[in-house]
Design a protein around this ligand. Structure first.
Ligand code: ARG
Length: 458
């Protein structure tokens, strides 16, 4: 039981011990300590500049807060559940250390605008960090693409062999996705990077504060324009969680492919031992744990988005305690995304590519049938007729258990008089790739152009 609260004035009964624990957020919001202290220092300096508190008080407050920062970083700060959250833990300690001046720090401020500030400061740095991890992953992919410009693989639709492509082209598809993920986060950052302090509990403050000065000290290009909105909304966190979900969706699809490619049925790639584990019963097993886990963790990142959307969906303006539930989904997503990106970049760098297996698979499953049809079109046949002629040729091959490359010229001519001896070189996997020479296509020089373009954009 405790009645020693910073807000204890109007209360006669102490808080129940269990309720205290139930309502506290210090267990998880202590990770905002740095932002909380940084924000308080900026706020105190502004109060001093405006003559709302004395410059002596400012000096004591700043010094006191710096001491607290050192204590927290040295692990010697005692966080207390009865002080509820990081804001009151720090403020109470400050007042205990420096007396009167500490109690003046909260002038013209509320925990509602304070916590909004802390989250924005925190998320801003984390987004920048996550973008760096995306860059590392893109870099690893570009290096693998450069090394695999002559590696041919089967491209799939419906996971059925479709047409031959360069392995580099496949990797570059992910580069495009991760570039968009990064661009989305850059854009999200614009809306995170807005300074809410000065909104007070919900309506602003009666003190002659200078919000721009606080924004300047904290490197915010903008301040929020409506005090209710500033303390009520968490759309900037939601936007981040949505962007993170899309990013994880991309990582999860990539994981799925790595898992399939490493099976003994495919054997297109091998992940290095450090990203796999064995089985306790089957001695031959080497399991792709890392991509499996990234695929699995995608579920919790989606869950975090839905959790916060659901927390927010019916809240009347302005602040409601429900909003304390915004932090754990946010922190968990940040940790999960950073971990997944980091491990992925290293895994891609170390991945071994079995180009012979890929090339062999690329030539199977009638992967060049479209090119046979295109060949007939170039000879003058309308595409629909060409499609049918090749369909008949494929049926013939299936019935006679042979590959399309094994047909003789006489056999080809059973299906169309347009076939000539140049058909044989038109349907090698190399020719099929070479022929797709359109911007965004899989021809070697087109893929190379995109690698160069992506390298230059960095
Ligand atoms: N720990 C609270 C949170 O994370 C801080 C804001 C509290 N404001 C209040 N009016 N109780 O949301």
């Amino acid at each position: 039981m405790s009645k020693d609260k910073l807000w204890g004035g109007r209360f006669t009964q102490p808080t129940d011990r269990f309720v205290e624990e139930f309502t506290a957020s210090i267990q998880f919001d202590k990770r905002l300590y740095h932002q909380d202290i940084r924000g308080s220092i900026a706020h105190a300096r502004m109060l001093g500049k405006q003559g709302i508190i004395s410059l002596d008080d400012v000096e004591n407050i700043v010094h006191g807060l710096q001491q607290i920062l050192h204590q927290i970083e040295a692990g010697s700060f005692d966080f207390s559940i009865s002080l509820e959250d990081i804001h009151m833990n720090i403020e109470a300690r400050l007042s205990a250390a420096i007396g009167e001046a500490g109690k003046r720090l909260h002038t013209g401020r509320s925990r509602n605008d304070q916590v909004a500030l802390d989250i924005r400061l925190y998320l801003r740095d984390e987004i920048i960090d996550i973008c760096t991890y995306i860059d590392l992953l893109i870099d690893a992919l570009l290096t693998q693409a450069e090394n695999n410009l002559d590696t041919i693989m089967p491209g799939f639709t419906h996971l059925q062999t479709a047409q031959p492509i360069l392995f580099a082209h496949h990797l570059m598809a992910y580069v495009e996705m991760f570039k968009r993920d990064r661009a989305r986060l850059d854009d999200c950052l614009k809306r995170v990077n807005v300074m809410p302090l000065g909104s007070g509990a919900l309506a602003g403050t009666t003190f002659p504060i200078d919000r721009e000065y606080v924004a300047e000290q904290l490197d915010f290009p903008l301040i929020t324009r409506n005090s209710l909105d500033a303390v009520s909304d968490r759309d900037f966190s939601l936007e981040f969680l949505a962007d993170a979900s899309i990013l994880m969706m991309h990582l999860s699809r990539f994981s799925e492919e790595l898992i399939i490619w490493s099976t003994s049925a495919f054997r297109f790639i091998e992940l290095s031992d450090s990203f796999c584990t064995g089985s306790s019963i089957m001695p031959q097993k080497k399991n792709p744990d890392v991509p499996e886990l990234v695929r699995g963790k995608t579920g919790r990142v989606y869950g975090n988005l839905i959790a916060l959307l659901t927390v927010m969906k019916s809240l009347p303006l302005a602040y409601n305690k429900d909003m304390q539930e915004d932090k754990e989904p946010l922190f968990d997503t940040i940790d999960t995304v950073k971990g997944s990106l980091k491990v992925f970049a290293d895994m891609i760098k170390d991945m071994k590519v079995y180009d012979d297996n890929m090339r062999q698979a690329a030539g199977e499953g009638f992967s060049t049938a479209t090119d046979v049809a295109d060949y007939l079109v170039r000879k003058g046949l309308p595409f629909r007729d060409a499609h049918e002629a090749v369909g008949n040729a494929v049926k013939y091959c299936v019935e006679n258990e042979m590959d399309i490359t094994e047909l003789s010229l006489a056999e080809w001519q059973l299906f169309s008089p347009y076939f000539d001896s140049d058909i044989f070189e038109a349907i090698t996997v190399d020719a099929c790739i070479h022929a797709r020479n359109v911007p965004g296509g899989t021809a070697r020089e087109r893929v190379w152009d995109e690698i160069v373009r992506s390298r230059e954009a960095k």
